[in-house]
Design a protein around this ligand. Structure first.
Ligand SMILES: O=C(O)CCC(=O)C(=O)O
Ligand SMILES: [Fe+2]
Length: 334
């Protein structure tokens, strides 16, 4: 078994005040920095009905303005979502030793497994959450030994949900391509075609004694191409736009789509990666299930040649995804 720092889940069960290493600096504390919460945010954030004739155009507009939007009538059956959530909840309910059989090995290059987010810098604050990461597709990239054997049906539920994600993301990428004036398949192909990776993450944020001072995930853009996320019923996701933090008020039955770095790069900045963070709750466990769509490590992603013109010169360098990832983690220039 790989060693693991204490999980936040265990810590949360032992404490009734927030330890100082979890207290975010004031300019990051959600209590002090949220501008648009509740109804004020709900009227602003894009909600897109995928059965509407103009859904593609609305998505592209949302991707340009916000980098994040919710979709309804997306064709993913609610049973598949419920089953994904059930097995995820049951995994986190397992005894600690059982979960740690899948502990992420910090010494390995692998991103798969169970763990807590470690700060990279010595003075980085800790975040109030644990996670489980699994590669679900393509089949050649799957590491079966990293799949929880308990609860029963874990792998099946994740694979079934992934099938729906493959269909949904194909539609999303096609619309986003067409709205850039490109061939329908241009974006999918640039991201690796059939070799594109699907990573399923579960975030588990236990009740937090002082949620206004802590974060479950600190502000970031996703380094992947596209993320499709479903949360449980506890609100907490926020997005930054024009210097303000907005609650992403989850709409029941919707899926949350956010643009990651690779689509921002491919589109030469026409679509923007959403800067987002996650808050935690005092009384309730919040969970979320993002699926990250990533190019294979050796895939080179850069601005599409048709989007680089005299008026819009290339804003980004082309890089292999592997190099991009390395530089982003190590805060190196790209
Ligand atoms: O929990 C959430 O809503 C967001 C999680 C997130 O941003 C991530 O895992 O990258
Ligand atoms: Fe994220």
């Amino acid at each position: 078994m790989a060693g693991m720092d204490q999980s936040v889940q265990v810590l949360a069960s032992l404490l009734d005040t927030l330890p100082p290493e979890f207290v975010q600096p004031e300019d990051k504390q959600p209590g002090a920095t949220t501008t648009f919460s509740g109804a004020a945010a709900a009227t602003e954030l894009p909600l897109i009905d995928m059965s509407m004739w103009n859904a593609g155009c609305c998505m592209a507009e949302a991707a340009r303005e916000w980098g994040i939007f919710q979709v309804v009538n997306h064709g993913v059956p609610s049973e598949a979502v419920a089953e994904l959530q059930r097995v995820g909840r049951e995994f986190f309910d397992l005894p600690q030793e059982e979960k740690e059989r899948y502990a992420l090995d910090p010494a390995s290059e692998r991103t798969e497994g169970y763990g807590s987010t470690l700060g990279r810098e010595p003075d980085d604050k800790k975040v109030w959450g644990d996670f489980l990461f699994n590669i679900v597709a393509p089949p050649a990239a799957v590491n079966v030994e990293m799949w929880p054997k308990d609860p029963h049906g874990y792998r099946e539920a994740n694979e079934a949900y992934c099938g729906h994600m493959q269909r949904l993301t194909r539609t999303l990428l096609e619309s986003l391509s067409v709205e850039l004036g490109l061939e329908q398949g241009a974006m999918a192909e640039a991201l690796g075609g059939d070799d594109v990776m699907f990573l399923q993450k579960i975030n588990f944020y236990p009740p937090c004694p002082q949620p206004e001072l802590a974060l479950g995930v600190t502000p970031h853009t996703d380094l992947c191409a596209l993320t499709v996320l479903v949360p449980n019923e506890v609100q907490g996701l926020q997005v930054s736009k024009d210097g303000h933090w907005y609650d992403v008020n989850y709409v029941h039955g919707a899926l949350i789509v956010n643009i990651g770095d690779q689509i921002e790069i491919f589109s030469n900045g026409r679509y923007k990666a959403a800067l987002h963070r996650a808050m935690v709750s005092k009384e309730k466990t919040r969970m979320s299930w993002p699926v990250f769509l990533e190019p294979p490590l050796e895939q080179v992603v850069g601005p599409h040649h048709q989007l680089v013109t005299d008026e819009t010169p290339a804003k980004y360098n082309a890089n292999t995804f592997k190099h991009y990832k390395y530089c982003k983690f190590n805060k190196l220039p790209l």
